[in-house]
Design a binder for this molecule. Structure first.
Ligand code: KIV
Ligand code: ZN
Length: 514
């Protein structure tokens, strides 16, 4: 079996998804889970974008021990210097230098001729090689680059010292046959191509990112770049879990494997969804809630007779277990700990105690506490943001013939408690107006979404909001059996993060890759 290297870019290309804004702690949390998943390489960010991005990449670099940590850089010395600084303390650092090569990008974005592109990229790779043993070069928009020029670019990158040459389909324009042919052509025509690794980086604008990446593998790619849940710029990137499972399910066809710990897939997917606020569609391959659900009678009948009639992957393979242990308000600490272990969480005593107290509180309000409830509860407090404001009480008055009003009682960091009342167009609006009166923060609600954590009328609701103040955005989450309380909690969480972000060295909101 050929080994396919997994280059995860959830923390860089994935973080470029609209509305996603991870803080340093969240990036580290995801990075540590990616390490458990066993990705070979992870791109932690774009250090030149801002001092805050640089600091976040550095925190990841210092935390991760068992994967190569990568920083992205344009073909400029100051970007390369920023990556050098960001990767101080990394066990296995690597720089990812890129320059666009397609005629459209050359003409309109770079305003460079072919020879200038070659020169600029070569200079950057050589400069990067002075400081890094591992340099990956990406020919941005390779998919729309003339094949003979792409061969020239690849040859130049090899000579200049790159160890990986990445072929991005930056705009998701390719189809599998064409994309596969690029790899075949490079393999057959570029001198010394066997001395480096070739990599595929696909975007999903036409829904073909996974198919294109697999075509690249079939034609000689050694590495696939992608993100968890396929998040990323516009329609997203290749979903890592789809590549890993396609290879694992069809070794007969692909003759290639990743070395991912497949049982960590479900957990990683859930964490990325939770921290980015990007909900995984129910029908998403591998990690969607319905990916292993069988609704039609014929399918159910087949499944009961023999699972393989309709199931090509056992849910257990990606770490989805059906737990037999049902918890409720009479369950004790021991059963709770067993359940946590069952769900893949081995916590310290203190963390178990905190989680158990929260579980008891929930069990008082809910008849049965499902696995999803426990996972949501565990993950809610994963990242602690200093609480400048915390919600004490909330009261809402709503009638379909009257104006909704809300009163909130909020504790401030200094210890004093403030109470305010406000009206609004709806209950959530009234709550948010009341919170604004207390906090006196002038913020804009950019995004609001709500989802149910489990089934049933008493299910917990999870709210995700994005707030913006001047050019700074922050997301927040709130969980409760009451969706109005969850809404208030999410808003206050986002406010606390916004304030924290204001204090930290300028994290940019979205990078501009020009
Ligand atoms: O899609 C792309 O071209 C990129 C590059 C920076 C590799 O993300
Ligand atoms: Zn990309």
């Amino acid at each position: 079996m050929r080994k396919i290297y997994v280059f995860d870019t959830t923390l860089r290309d994935g973080e470029q998804s609209p509305g996603v804004n991870l803080n340093t702690k969240e990036k580290v949390e995801i990075a540590l889970q990616l390490e458990k998943l066993g990705v070979d390489r992870m791109e932690a960010g774009f250090p030149a974008a801002s001092p805050g991005d640089l600091a976040a990449v550095n925190a990841v670099a210092r935390a991760v021990k068992n994967a190569t940590v990568i920083g992205l850089s344009r073909s400029r010395e100051q970007d390369i210097d920023a990556v050098r600084e960001a990767l101080i303390g990394a066990q296995d650092p690597c720089i990812h230098v890129f320059l666009a090569t397609s005629p459209i990008h050359r003409k309109h974005k770079l305003r460079m001729e072919k020879d200038q592109v070659l020169e600029t990229a070569e200079r950057a790779i050589r400069y990067a090689r002075k400081y890094f043993d591992k340099v990956e070069f990406s020919a941005e928009d390779a998919g729309r680059t003339e094949l003979d020029f792409l061969c020239q670019v690849t040859e130049m990158a090899i000579k200049a010292g790159a160890s990986v040459v990445n072929i991005p389909d930056t705009v998701g324009y390719m189809n599998p046959q064409e994309f596969g042919n690029i790899f075949k052509t490079l393999k057959e025509n570029v001198p010394n191509i066997e001395t480096i690794q070739l990599s595929a980086h696909c975007h999903d604008d036409l829904g073909m990112a996974t198919a294109n990446s697999l075509a690249a593998i079939l034609n000689g790619a050694d590495q696939v770049e992608g993100t968890i849940n396929g998040i990323g710029e516009r329609a997203g990137n290749t979903a890592i879990e789809e590549i890993a499972m396609a290879l694992a399910t069809r070794p007969d066809f692909f003759g290639a494997q990743t070395t991912l710990n497949l049982k960590e897939i479900a957990k990683t997917s859930r964490l990325v969804s939770k921290l980015t606020g990007m909900v995984v569609p129910g029908n998403k391959a591998i990690v969607g809630a319905n990916a292993f659900a069988h609704e039609s009678g014929i399918h159910q009948d087949g499944m009961l007779k023999e699972k393989t009639t309709y199931e090509i992957i056992s849910p257990d393979t990606i770490g989805l277990k059906e737990s037999k242990l049902v918890l409720g308000k009479h369950s004790g600490r021991h059963a709770f700990r067993e359940k946590l272990i069952d769900l893949g969480y081995e916590l310290e005593d203190e963390a178990v105690n905190t989680a158990f107290a929260r579980f008891k509180d929930l069990a008082d309000r809910k008849k049965t506490v499902s696995d999803e409830d426990i996972l949501a509860l565990l993950e809610e407090k994963l990242i602690d943001t200093p609480e400048v404001f915390s919600l004490e009480t909330i009261q809402v008055s709503y009638g379909n013939q009257s104006t909704p009003s809300a009163s909130v009682r909020i504790r401030k960091a200094e210890g004093d408690v403030a109470e305010e009342v406000a009206i609004g167009n709806g209950s959530v609006d009234a709550i948010y107006n009341a919170i604004d009166k207390v906090t006196q923060e002038n913020v804009e609600l950019e995004d609001y979404s709500i989802k149910s954590v489990s089934q049933g009328k008493d299910a917990q609701g999870e709210v995700h909001v994005v707030l913006k103040q001047d050019e700074v955005s922050a997301q927040g989450r709130g969980l409760s059996t009451d969706i109005l309380e969850a809404s208030a909690r999410a808003y206050i969480d986002a406010l606390n993060r916004l304030i924290e972000k204001r204090k930290s060295p300028g994290r940019r909101d979205k990078m501009s890759l020009i």
